[in-house]
Design a binder for this molecule. Structure first.
Ligand SMILES: C[S@@+](CC[C@H](N)C(=O)[O-])C[C@H]1O[C@@H](n2cnc3c(N)ncnc32)[C@H](O)[C@@H]1O
Length: 358
């Protein structure tokens, strides 16, 4: 059995960008493959011409993909299941999976479906089906905490499934790449979830505690009404919020925020700050240049910001912005890392994180 397919899940409407990224990587690695997808399906398939996609994925760091939320490698053919008693066919397909481990075992099992209205109608089915599957996997001793693989079932409807695997250390840690974040009642806006997700996606637990310490200084460009500032305050930061619009009164009562009604494109702090964040609906290149100026001028250590994508040539626009950031930051002589992702809470945008070792 050979893994001839990579299934990538993405935000519906961004299939072209997701496909563009993976096929570019396949070409760079001399991996012969083609794309199968359809608009607004939320799914992209990379199909190889006979070679193992598992080998290819071992050369690609999942975190380097901007538009894929999750990926799994699977056999080429989709399994067609009967209306009832689906388990025997599924177990047979799982039995055929061969990974490098000495004996067949999976860390856990995840049931996936596309993030479309049609896909979401499978949520109830998956919730009901999973306990049955888990019970059999346990009985067969196919689950082990030591295994390096997630077992993945990707349903397009209740009778069609692809069965595959994702390496534990090279994929999204949340099922379907969708973090279950609870909207904090006290936060001034839903955007707060974007920054929360960004911090959890881009920074390891250790980095989160090392890079956010009580009393650290942050600047929030385009801060109102304060969802991002609220996240920074929760992490102990003293925030300068830049926006001509009003900040939420309750948040201002924390005493941790200074609100300046001024232009975010001209404001600069007197002393270097720890964190710069920016969530403005501006042209992506314009924002990238602004961020680059903060780093080249040594005004901030780290940054998290959004890039609102244009209607057309979105992948090219992302690549242009990232290239500009590399060009500018490499001049500083500082060690830095740039990561970018279309997070679950991002809509027509992506989020970028720059960490330096200054
Ligand atoms: C999407 S909202 C930010 C939401 C905020 N991150 C939150 O979590 O509540 C964008 C904000 O950017 C501000 N903005 C846009 N251009 C700006 C500029 N040149 N200077 C200052 N603020 C600006 C707008 O006034 C608006 O409040």
């Amino acid at each position: 059995m050979i893994f001839e397919r990579i299934i990538l899940l993405c935000r519906p409407g961004f299939e072209k960008e997701c496909a563009g990224e993976i096929i570019e990587l396949a070409n760079q690695h001399g991996f012969p493959a083609y794309i199968q997808t359809s608009d607004t399906s939320g799914v992209v398939n990379l199909i190889s011409s006979g070679q193992s996609c598992l080998d290819f994925t071992q050369h690609v760091h999942f975190h380097s993909l901007v538009f894929a939320r999750q990926w799994l490698v699977s056999v080429k053919d989709t399994l067609t299941l009967p209306e009832s008693n689906r388990l025997p066919d599924i177990l047979k397909a799982i039995n055929d999976i061969q990974v490098n481990d000495s004996h067949k075992s999976f860390h856990d099992v995840e049931l996936n479906y596309p993030d479309t209205n049609e896909g979401k109608s499978l949520s109830k089915f998956c919730k009901q089906f999973k306990p049955h599957l888990l019970a059999v996997l346990k009985k067969k001793h196919w689950l082990s905490a030591q295994s390096n693989w997630h077992l993945q079932l990707f349903f397009t409807d209740s009778c069609h499934v692809n069965i595959g695997i994702t390496p534990l250390n090279n994929g999204a840690k949340d099922v379907m790449g969708i973090p279950r974040l609870k909207m904090p009642g006290a936060a001034p806006s839903r955007s707060t979830l974007k920054l929360d997700e960004a911090i959890q996606w881009f920074l390891s637990t250790r980095q989160q505690s090392e890079l956010f310490k009580s009393g650290m200084k942050a600047v929030d460009l385009g801060a109102a009404p304060g969802g991002w500032s609220w996240q920074l305050v929760q992490r102990g930061c003293l925030v300068t919020a830049i926006d001509n619009g009003p900040m939420q009164d309750e948040l201002m009562k924390s005493g941790m925020i200074e609100h300046l009604k001024t232009d975010a494109f001209t404001y600069l702090p007197k002393k270097k700050i720890n964190w710069l964040v920016c969530d403005m609906a501006e042209r992506p290149l314009h924002v990238s240049r602004l961020m680059a100026r903060w780093f080249t001028g040594k005004h901030c250590e780290h940054a998290i910001f959004n890039l609102k994508l244009p209607m057309k040539k979105r992948l090219a626009s992302v690549q242009e912005c990232i290239q500009l950031l590399h060009q500018q930051l490499s001049k500083t002589g500082i060690k830095y890392q740039i990561q970018a992702k279309q997070l679950y809470h991002d809509r027509g945008e992506i989020t970028v994180c720059i960490i330096t070792n200054s």
